[in-house]
Ligand binder design. Structure first.
Ligand code: NAG
Ligand code: NAG
Ligand code: NAG
Ligand code: NAG
Ligand code: NAG
Ligand code: NAG
Ligand code: NAG
Ligand code: NAG
Ligand code: NAG
Ligand code: NAG
Length: 807
């Protein structure tokens, strides 16, 4: 989403019609009018309850009992059909944009579909806003840091907290019910500007984040399962975006609005689609958003294979498909796809399976497209049915008694603010800690130099797609509570254009018992529509860090705020920089969270969710080459830990603790026998030259029952002196000799708390097909026979699992 200027203009136009007043880019809503804008369907000034409220119909001069869509004894699909069948074509098309205008004669109010809640309720979408009544919402850390916790229950719990705040705001007319979050595109390239919004580079971890966050947002307690998933109640509706192969924003002038992602089907299945498949199948998400870019020549929102066939057909989405904002316009004006007119374009996307247009193209051009015979009215009906089913599941028509009591006190509650602090602490990664310099002993450190462009970070900590935070605790605020602080900026901002402010920071370091340097990036360097060109610290930041370190009297601790990786080899090898922390962008409680870690009130356990490449990595391949595997003919290295075997600053999954953990393999099943019948045929695999070729290399996964599991039990012992949390990550490695496959891949992970001196048993159960499969060059999922290897965390412990085919 973005094109902020254009979108705001468009919205401003539509909102000026819907609301009393609006200014340049922000609308002003009279206190008693709700953002749903049902003023023309309900007497102005009254508070909206739910569509089928009989007294609402009375006030409209309508009889609710004459409308089948309000008959609670009927199933949702019949009610939705009743509603749609009552509309004229002209009325129908006005419901297909993010601002659905409603149909007053049917008692149907307006609804604004666009709200956002990437890491807290946001006011980026027009469906949600803040004012005197609700001045802010809890701003959790931007996703890349929360992902680093590798804690599934945390991800879900944040989703639950966010949806509680969203529901409370909806009750007060300040929030919507449909939130276009999370962003689950895989970080394929370290330059991507939107890394901050995502859970990192591993498709499986991203998919797990997606399904947990989505369930946190959507699930109504006690209704996680339902006999008819199209009627399963929803707390709020979530949306996984941007589908698919979207991860170039603006790199060297290549913009997402023009970009044609050339993707092999192998990478599509193995990497780009996998998180979306998990989001739909495991998360049961109620919406998917298609992206701006093309994939192999076709705009994603116009591709029937990607939308109708895959999301609806193969994955069985229970919900609606929405476009990224103004995607259809982009398709016509920027991609100039097939020379389509506006009518051709809306017909094409409707037929491909796009139900809702964030924009005005469906609303403006679909009637004519139908009259011209380019698309049938029944294609519109189908989409409207999907849309109304979601609104019914949300209680928009019948109310949601279980959330009725939520109000002002549920937004920015003490509990949610504490959760934001906890999330940041759980995500922070300890990258270096020579001589156990951290945690600092506040009794010994009397004065602390706090320097650097992020020492007083405020807005930088909440990143993009944020709302207005309840309150922000900057590093300086938090560290001041622990003792005397000498604060100097060192750099005017992260761009650090000159050296003028360095000297005062050196002086502060020289006269303090310890020095903490807060450096890194912010949205001026990495953001939506802004990819990076290099992996170094901007401007004079490196000089600044070196000079302050040289001048420092005591130990130096470097805290990096960034989403993407930074080549900080210089700091890693500088023996005076004793400790390094990566704090992502830590959200509204960021200062507290960092201080909690620095002073040892929390023992860090986060792990990097992306590879930290060396700076020259980006000189070796253009961002626009989508292949994950190395491209030998062009000298391009592989991408992500799965395919890149060169040296790194820090690898994926890296992170230290203040304590030490020892692993012992407790239980494990070492071989899996797969029974074959005579209709099962062996599949060939490509092997490297000289490698052993087994007689039956592999079986097609879809041919197998895939009911075999293998268990892994690991005893995690805390052999240090502090309590702590350990992230256990399990990888699988395919049998040796298979060509062009991944080096290793995450198959499971668990974060476990272990008291000092204690131990905990962590158990995993893996489906052999799911965890050991490879995707071949033709995008077949295959289970290779022979010796796979399960590697635990940093590789200190591993064991084989043999796949044996038996006739
Ligand atoms: C609508 O709800 C708001 C918030 O609870 C309240 O302040 C206002 O008085 C209500 N308006 C009416 C007309 O009931
Ligand atoms: C969508 O897919 C279904 C099968 O999954 C098929 O019956 C239908 O014709 C498809 N629609 C379009 C417009 O391609
Ligand atoms: C869509 O229709 C509205 C209302 O008629 C008009 O103001 C707007 O310019 C149209 N937008 C486009 C892109 O056609
Ligand atoms: C740790 O401290 C000892 C003695 O104080 C010193 O010899 C050693 O070099 C230090 N190690 C590091 C990695 O700083
Ligand atoms: C930190 O930043 C905030 C907001 O930008 C500002 O109000 C405050 O004065 C700054 N603190 C210091 C110590 O400069
Ligand atoms: C150096 O940077 C500071 C802080 O950004 C700025 O105020 C100052 O004007 C710059 N000086 C020069 C000579 O560019
Ligand atoms: C690296 O990129 C940033 C902007 O992203 C730019 O300010 C800086 O000058 C670049 N550094 C180098 C060494 O090119
Ligand atoms: C091996 O890979 C090449 C493409 O690199 C492909 O053309 C060939 O068919 C593959 N063979 C097998 C058995 O997978
Ligand atoms: C941890 O494990 C290593 C080898 O696996 C062993 O040498 C060491 O003694 C263990 N440490 C403790 C405290 O158990
Ligand atoms: C995981 O997150 C939950 C929810 O915040 C928290 O209660 C739990 O302690 C975390 N687990 C670990 C091992 O840190």
């Amino acid at each position: 989403m973005a094109k902020v200027v254009v979108i705001n203009l468009i919205l401003c136009i539509s909102l000026c019609m819907a609301f009393v007043s609006c200014t340049n880019s922000r609308r002003i809503i009279p206190t008693n009018s709700s953002p749903l804008g049902h003023d023309d369907a309900t007497p102005s000034g009254s508070n909206f309850t739910y569509v089928c409220d009989p007294s609402r119909f009375d006030q409209l001069g309508l009889d609710v009992s004459s409308f089948g869509y309000c008959d609670k004894s009927l199933p949702y699909n019949l009610r939705a059909k009743d509603l749609v069948d009552r509309m004229t074509l002209a009325e129908k098309v006005r419901q297909l944009g993010n601002l659905a205008y409603g149909v007053p004669r049917l008692g149907l109010p307006k609804y604004e579909w666009w709200s956002e809640a990437l890491h807290g309720v946001s006011n980026v979408g027009p469906g949600t806003f803040f004012d005197d009544l609700i001045p802010g919402a809890t701003s959790f850390p931007p996703v890349i840091l929360t992902a680093a916790s590798f804690n599934e229950s945390l991800w879900k719990k944040i989703g639950q907290a966010v949806s509680t705040e969203a529901r409370a705001m909806y009750n007060l007319g300040r929030g919507g019910l449909t939130y276009w979050s999370p962003n689950i595109n895989v970080v394929r390239d370290p330059r991507w500007g939107r890394t901050t919004e995502t859970p990192g580079e591993d498709p499986f971890v991203v998919g797990k984040y997606a399904s947990n966050y989505v369930r946190g947002l959507q699930d109504v307690e006690g209704h996680e399962n339902h006999e008819d998933l199209n009627s399963r109640p929803l707390k709020v509706s979530s949306c996984c975006k941007h589908y698919a192969a979207y991860d170039v924003d603006n790199w060297m002038g290549v913009e997402r609005y023009y970009f044609d992602a050339r993707v092999t089907e192998q990478d599509m299945v193995e990497t780009f689609l996998r998180p979306f498949e998990m989001c739909v199948k495991e998360g049961d998400v109620s919406s998917v958003m298609c992206s701006y870019n093309r994939v192999n020549g076709i705009p994603t929102c116009a591709d029937p294979k990607l939308l109708n066939q895959t999301i609806r057909g193969e994955w069985d989405l229970h919900g609606y498909i929405v476009s990224d904002c103004d995607s259809i316009e982009v398709m016509v004006d920027k991609h100039k796809f097939l020379g389509d007119t506006n009518e051709d374009a809306v017909a094409r996307t409707l037929k491909a399976g796009l139900d809702l247009d964030c924009g005005v193209y469906y609303t403006n051009f679909t009637s004519k497209a139908v009259v011209q015979g380019k698309v049938r009215e029944r294609d519109i009906d189908k989409s409207l049915n999907y849309l109304y089913l979601v609104l019914m599941r949300l209680g928009f028509f019948d109310g949601s008694p279980q959330y009725k009591s939520l109000g002002k006190d549920d937004v920015c509650s003490h509990q949610n603010i504490e959760l934001a602090r906890e999330a940041a602490r759980e995500g922070i990664v300890l990258l270096k800690n020579d001589n156990q310099t951290l945690p600092l002993n506040s009794a010994k450190i009397k004065t602390l130099a706090v320097v650097g462009p992020h020492a007083n970070a405020t807005k930088a900590m909440i990143g993009n797609y944020a709302g207005i935070p309840c309150r922000i605790v900057s590093p300086i605020d938090a560290f001041s509570k622990h003792g005397k602080v000498n604060y100097r900026m060192g750099c005017g901002d992260v761009a650090c254009k000159n050296e003028s402010l360095i000297f005062p920071a050196m002086e502060a370091a020289k006269h303090s018992d310890a020095t903490i340097i807060f450096a890194g990036l912010d949205l001026s360097i990495e953001a939506e529509s802004l990819d990076r060109d290099n992996l170094t610290l901007p401007g004079f930041q490196t000089q600044f860090i070196d000079q302050v370190t040289r001048a420092a009297k005591g130990p130096v601790i470097l805290v990096i705020m960034s989403a993407g990786c930074i080549d900080i080899s210089f700091a890693k090898s500088n023996t005076k920089i004793k400790s390094i922390l990566w704090a992502g962008y830590p959200g509204e409680q960021g200062g507290h969270a960092i201080a909690d870690v620095v002073y040892g009130n929390y023992n860090p356990g986060g792990r990097l969710p992306i590879t930290w490449y060396e700076a020259n990595y980006v000189d070796m391949l253009p961002m626009t080459s989508l292949q994950l595997r190395p491209v030998d003919s062009l000298g391009y290295p592989g991408r992500t830990y799965k395919f890149f075997d060169g040296s790194t600053v820090y690898p994926f999954g890296y992170g230290l603790s203040y304590t030490q953990f020892n692993y012992t393999l407790a239980t494990s099943k070492r071989s899996v026998h797969v029974k074959l019948n005579k209709y099962h045929h062996c599949r060939a695999l490509n092997y490297t030259s000289g490698a052993y070729n087994p007689p039956c290399p592999a079986m097609l996964v879809e041919d197998l029952k895939c009911d075999q599991h293998f268990e892994v039990g690991i005893e995690v012992q805390n052999v240090g002196k502090r309590d702590g949390s350990e992230v256990v990550i399990l990888y699988s490695k395919p049998p040796e000799g298979i060509a062009a496959t991944y080096i290793k891949q995450v198959i499971g992970f668990k974060r476990v708390f272990v008291a000092a001196g204690g131990s905990e048993k962590v158990t995993f159960s893996f489906n052999a097909c799911q965890s050991l499969k490879v995707v071949d060059y033709a995008a077949n999922s295959l289970l290779p026979s022979g010796g796979h290897t399960i590697v635990i965390s940093d590789g200190g412990l591993s064991f084989p699992v043999h796949i044996k085919f038996e006739r």
